[in-house]
Ligand binder design. Structure first.
Ligand SMILES: Nc1ncnc2c1ncn2[C@@H]1O[C@H](COP(=O)(O)OP(=O)(O)O)[C@@H](O)[C@H]1O
Ligand SMILES: [Mg+2]
Length: 304
């Protein structure tokens, strides 16, 4: 068994697919599929599982807005809720497919810079999809920023750069004990360090792919796998004839300017990991984790 972990990032949109009902049973079914795929990885060595929360955090924000006797909870608190909710589903299914293996879900805070430009330019889609007209209505009624996501519209919020994983030493301790660690959910709970030491939550959602890359670099991971609802990065995605990219360098992928709210951050995350560790990252389907690790499916991102 290798001693350095594989870091896996699960897509929030893959756990709650676009257009699917957003209930717990649907999510549990998708989680079960994904965990079967991860069990094979866990059998091969240390494993860290991170996950997105875009659809889920947006759903919580909507539920909060339905009750108007209390100010809606801010996004850092909702982020923590999604780490609990999604983490619980992942942990339970992982334990079911990995009898005898310890699995722990860790609430994780990630430090961002309060002066990050992202706070003046929201880009991260959260919550369900809307028609253009419904999105316009929400923009007026709630003061949200909305933007196009594929063929529909979604709320977008600030997505600052992840700088530091607060609970990094605890993650290392758990890994050293052989525990599968579920952490940095939803990109981590966004916090700032006031006067260099006091943690305070901020109103943002950190990109889970970039946070997973930061974590994978900090852990000196053996590989970073970005699992989503497509089998590979496609060349000519929005032409009628997309072609899967099997292998590319960070420079080749960055030159393609991929979709900012979806594939862009995955490619950037994979590129950062490849550049900073010299090892390969892969992007591909949620249920093909082992094939991605072995480089036989998906898109492998490596410096040469
Ligand atoms: N070049 C591309 N190749 C493949 N998928 C792309 C590309 N550009 C945009 N996408 C979109 O990226 C989506 C995956 O990213 P995203 O929706 O953020 O999922 P996740 O929740 O897994 O992070 C795909 O479902 C696809 O619609
Ligand atoms: Mg995404």
């Amino acid at each position: 068994m290798s001693s350095t972990p594989v870091v896996v990032a699960l897509g929030g949109n893959a756990l709650l697919r676009r257009g699917e009902p957003t209930d717990a049973a649907t999510q549990r079914r998708n989680v079960a599929r994904a965990m079967t795929s991860l069990a094979a990885l866990a059998a091969r060595g240390p494993l860290v599982v991170t996950h997105g929360n875009g659809p889920q955090v947006g759903l919580l924000a909507l539920q909060a807005a339905a009750y108007d006797d209390a100010e809606p909870y801010p996004l850092d608190v909702l982020g923590a809720e999604t780490e609990g909710m999604i983490g619980y589903l992942l942990e339970q299914e992982l334990r079911n497919v990995l009898p005898g293996r310890e699995v722990a879900t860790l609430l994780t805070q990630v430090v961002v810079d309060p002066d990050d430009q992202a706070f003046t330019r929201p880009t991260k889609p959260i919550g369900p999809t809307y028609s253009e007209r419904a999105a316009d209505e929400l923009r007026r009624a709630r003061g949200w920023t909305v933007d196009r996501d594929g063929t529909s519209w979604r709320r977008v919020v600030a997505s600052p750069e992840p700088r530091q994983v607060v609970e990094l030493s605890t993650i290392r301790l758990l890994l050293a004990a052989g525990t599968v660690v579920i952490c940095v959910g939803g990109g981590g709970i966004p916090v700032t360090l006031v006067d260099g030491q006091v943690l305070r939550g901020v109103e943002a959602v950190i990109d889970k792919d970039l946070a997973a890359a930061l974590l994978a670099v900090e852990l000196d991971a053996r590989a970073l796998l970005l699992l989503t609802d497509v089998t590979a990065v496609q060349d000519g995605w929005d032409t009628g004839e997309p072609r899967p990219i099997r292998r590319a360098t960070p420079d080749e992928l960055r030159a393609r300017k991929l979709a900012a709210g979806s594939m862009g951050p995955k490619v950037e995350a994979a590129s950062r990991f490849a550049e900073q560790t010299g090892r390969a990252a892969a992007i591909g389907a949620l249920d093909e984790a082992e094939l991605l690790l072995d480089g036989v499916h998906g898109t492998t991102v490596a410096c040469r």
